[in-house]
Design a protein around this ligand. Sequence first.
Ligand code: NAP
Length: 274
Amino acid sequence: MTKTILITGSTDGIGLETAKMLARSRYRVLLHGRNADKLRKAQAIVAAVSDEPHVEIYEADLSRLSNVLALAEEIAANHDNLDVLINNAGVYSSAMPAMAGQIDVRFIVNTIAPYLLTKRLFPLLGPSSRVINLASAAQSPVDLYALRNGAKLSDGMAYAQSKRALIMWSRQMARDRGERGPSVISVNPASMLGSKMVKDAYGVDGGDLRIGADILVRAAFSDEFANASGMYFDNDRGVFAAPESGALVARQDEELVRAIEAIVETLTRDRAQF
Ligand SMILES: NC(=O)c1ccc[n+]([C@@H]2O[C@H](COP(=O)([O-])OP(=O)(O)OC[C@H]3O[C@@H](n4cnc5c(N)ncnc54)[C@H](OP(=O)(O)O)[C@@H]3O)[C@@H](O)[C@H]2O)c1
């Protein structure tokens, strides 16, 4: 049976390139984006590369957790099973970084939204499913005070902390779910690939996006990632590796997840407000 893959942030960059690669292999691809026009264009682009296209589109702004909940509900209404969830959507620069409750938008979009989406999609993600989380070589120890209280961080620092936090909850989720749940794997797709994020942030053209798409397809389906739950793959070096910026310990992962849960609880208490 055709496998079903949801890719968040697949209207551009690595996500769009990955969707094309998967569609070429006739997988059923669920595209997600925050902009209806871009989504329709992406759907046409992805469908055009397949001789048997099955491409669905889902709109949600992941900086609003009410949208994350609605996205999970919409996917669950249309599908009983997801073979792969690729949490790819991400943001680096922001002119207005403080979101609801003053939480930095990088923490919301890069860390908390994929956590919440994955949890809400658990009923569709069985033990043979894989969750691939887009990490980065940019990682910095997470300042829980800044996370909880919205202390102002530079773009680079907020991004690096959000990516380290993503790796930390991935490890904790892998431990918590064990054999009952999907594999949860963090992947740095390779640094400085030529997406709009890299062009905007660093003013460079960047490398071939297919390098990132290729490793995501491998992470999604290949045997080399079969026993990788909780692990971090660094595609700059082509190896499973310890995260950057020092070793992680389970106690810190647990503490981080408790902080994320508290934020989710606060921000989702009144769905209309966020
Ligand atoms: N490029 C690299 O070298 C590199 C290196 C390491 C990690 N990464 C990671 O790879 C992932 C993909 O990034 P990229 O380089 O391909 O960047 P990109 O071209 O900017 O793509 C980011 C995607 O995320 C979507 N997105 C951003 N904010 C969103 C929001 N609030 N709600 C919903 N969707 C949102 C974007 O939607 P729009 O199309 O509407 O903007 C776009 O589809 C990111 O997680 C990034 O951190 C990239």
